[in-house]
Ligand binder design. Structure first.
Ligand SMILES: NC(=O)c1ccc[n+]([C@@H]2O[C@H](COP(=O)([O-])OP(=O)(O)OC[C@H]3O[C@@H](n4cnc5c(N)ncnc54)[C@H](OP(=O)(O)O)[C@@H]3O)[C@@H](O)[C@H]2O)c1
Length: 445
C-alpha cells in the first residue's frame, strides 16, 4: 500500500507521524558550512534536516537550528545509530549522545542504518547463499554477524570473507585487526581474509580509516612491505583465525612477488571485473597459478554515489541533463549546476543492448546473464543487494549454461583499462607508491 501524501508536502509514516517530503541532507558537509546551510534551509522553508552520528556534524546541525531561531516543533530532525553501536545494548546511550550534540530533547526519526545489511544477510542465507563478503572498512561487520545469527543455521556452512583495512598494512597490525573483525562479527574464524589493497594509508588510530592531510588528501603510507605483510597473513592462518588468505585489488606484478616468497600462496584475488572490464591478463595468470578470482562490481556497481575520496565514483550530472534543462527553461525554474568532481562513468551493464538481447534470448534477467558469464568461467561473483527479490534473482545462476555464442558476444564487450570504474587505485598520491598496480592515466582531482 502506498504511503499517504498529506498537503502535497508531507508523507504519513506508519506510526501516524508526518514527515516532510523535502529534507536537507548533510552527509560530507564540514562544520561551519552545515550550520549555515541548516539555518538558510530553515529560512527558505525547509522543515526537515537529515543527519547521523557518523556524519560527525550533529553539533553543527543543532547550532544551525538554534541560529534560525524558530520553533523546534516545526522542524523534523532525523539522525542515525552508528554501526559501532549495534551490539552490547548501546542504542539508548548513542541516541543520548546524538541528542546532546544536537542539543535537542528528541529527534523525530531515528534510523538503524545497519538493519538493511542484517536483513539482507539473513535473507540471502535463507535463499541459499553460503558466501558473505564484508571488510573492516565497510563498518558493517557487526551487522553481518547479526544477520548470520538471525538466520540461525550452522556457521560452518557459511563462507565469510573479510579484509584488512588500509591503515593496518604496517607496524605488525594484521593479527590485531583480524581479531577486531572477528570480535565485531562474533565469529571464531573467517573463511577468507584478504589484504584489501596493495598499499596502505597512514595509521593514526584504529578508527581513522581515511587519514587526511591539511589539504583534504588521503595520506598514503609509502612504506608498505608486501613480503612482511604476507608473513603476518600466514601467521594468522597458522593460528586458525582465517582458513584461507588472499589479496584484493592486486596486479600480476605484486602477485608474482608474493608467489615467489610465500609459504602459503595467496588463494584469491578479489578485483573489479565486469563485462566491460574483463582483465584477460589476470584471468590468464590465475589459470597458470591456480589463483581463484573474485569479481566485484559484476553488475557495474550501479548503486554508487559520490564519496569524499573518489573511491570509485561519479556524481551524475543530472542537473546538466538536456531534458532537465529544457524543462527548466519551459517552467522558468532553476537547475543548479554541478561545477566539479564529475569523475568516472559507472558502466550501465544492466541496460547494455548486448546483455539485453542475450537476456531475452535465454529468458534470464540481465543481472543473471552478467553473473553467469563469470560463474561459467569459474570466477566467483559477490553481487550486493539489499532487495529481497534481487537477492533471489541473483542466486539463480546455476543449473543452466549461456550458449557459446553468448559467451563470445559478452567477451567482445571488454573495453580494457579505460572501463575501470573503481578509482581507489587512482587516488591522488597512490601513483607514487611502489606498489601501485595501475598506470595512472587520469586524475580524480
Ligand atoms: N575489494 C574491494 O575493494 C571491493 C570494492 C567494491 C566492492 N567489493 C565487494 O563486492 C560487492 C559487490 O560490489 P558492488 O556492490 O560494488 O557492485 P554490484 O554487486 O555490481 O552492484 C550492486 C548494486 O546493484 C544493485 N543490484 C543488485 N542486484 C540487482 C539486480 N538483480 N538488478 C538490478 N540491480 C541490482 C544493488 O541494489 P540494491 O542493493 O538496492 O538491490 C546495488 O546497488 C560489494 O558489496 C563488496 O562486498 C569489494
Amino acid at each position: 500500500m502506498a504511503a499517504e501524501v498529506v498537503n502535497g508536502t508531507h508523507v504519513k509514516l506508519n506510526d501516524g507521524n508526518l514527515m516532510p517530503l523535502l529534507g536537507l541532507g548533510t552527509w560530507q558537509a564540514a562544520h561551519e558550512s552545515v550550520t549555515e546551510a541548516v539555518r538558510r534551509a530553515l529560512e527558505a522553508g525547509y522543515r526537515h534536516i537529515d543527519t547521523a552520528y557518523s556524519y560527525m556534524n550533529e553539533e553543527a546541525v543543532g547550532e544551525g537550528i538554534r541560529r534560525w531561531g524558530g520553533d523546534r516543533q516545526e522542524v523534523f530532525v532525523t539522525t542515525k545509530l552508528p554501526l559501532i553501536a549495534m551490539g552490547g545494548g548501546r542504542v539508548e546511550k548513542f541516541l543520548r549522545k546524538s541528542l546532546k550534540k544536537l542539543e535537542l530533547e528528541y529527534v523525530d526519526l531515528f534510523y538503524a542504518a545497519h538493519e538493511s545489511v542484517t536483513e539482507a544477510v539473513r535473507r540471502a542465507l535463507e535463499t541459499g547463499y553460503r558466501h558473505i563478503d564484508t571488510a573492516y572498512s565497510y563498518l558493517n561487520e557487526e551487522a553481518v554477524g547479526e544477520g548470520i545469527r538471525r538466520w540461525g543455521g550452522d556457521r560452518r556452512e557459511v563462507f565469510v570473507t573479510t579484509k584488512l583495512p588500509l591503515i593496518a598494512m604496517g607496524g605488525g597490525r594484521v593479527e590485531k585487526f583480524l581479531r577486531k573483525s572477528l570480535k565485531k562479527l562474533e565469529l571464531e574464524y573467517v573463511d577468507l581474509f584478504l589484504l584489501h589493497c596493495p598499499f596502505g594509508l597512514l595509521y593514526r588510530d584504529d578508527d581513522t580509516l581515511h587519514p587526511l592531510d591539511a589539504d583534504g588528501n588521503l595520506v598514503v603510507d609509502y612504506a608498505t612491505d608486501h613480503v612482511a605483510l604476507w608473513k603476518e597473513m600466514e601467521a594468522v592462518r597458522d593460528l586458525g583465525l582465517a582458513k584461507s588468505i588472499g589479496v584484493s585489488n592486486f596486479g600480476t606484478a605484486q602477485l608474482r612477488r608474493l608467489f615467489a616468497i610465500a609459504k602459503i600462496p595467496p588463494a584469491v584475488n578479489q578485483l573489479e571485473m565486469h563485462a566491460e572490464f574483463q582483465q584477460p591478463d589476470m584471468v590468464e595468470y590465475s589459470r597458470q597459478t591456480g589463483l581463484v578470482l573474485t569479481s566485484y562490481a559484476t553488475l557495474g556497481s550501479p548503486g554508487r554515489k559520490g564519496t569524499p575520496f573518489g573511491v570509485g565514483i561519479v556524481i551524475p550530472s543530472l542537473l546538466d541533463h538536456p531534458v532537465v534543462r529544457v524543462i527548466s527553461e519551459l517552467t522558468n525554474k532553476t537547475s543548479t549546476r554541478i561545477s566539479s568532481n564529475v569523475g568516472i562513468v559507472i558502466p550501465s551493464l544492466l541496460d547494455h543492448p548486448v546483455v539485453r538481447v542475450i537476456s531475452e534470448l535465454t529468458n534470464k534477467t540481465p543481472a543473471q546473464v552478467l553473473l553467469r558469464y563469470f560463474v561459467q568461467q569459474g570466477i566467483v561473483v559477490i553481487p550486493k543487494s539489499v532487495t529481497p527479490a534481487r537477492i533471489t534473482e541473483n542466486a539463480q545462476v546455476f543449473g543452466w549454461q549461456l550458449p557459446a555464442s553468448a559467451m563470445d558476444a559478452l567477451r567482445t564487450l571488454d573495453r580494457g583499462e579505460e572501463a575501470r570504474s573503481f578509482m581507489l587505485l587512482r587516488t591522488r598520491g597512490f601513483e607514487l607508491h611502489a606498489e601501485c598496480p595501475v598506470t595512472i592515466t587520469t586524475s580524480n582531482s
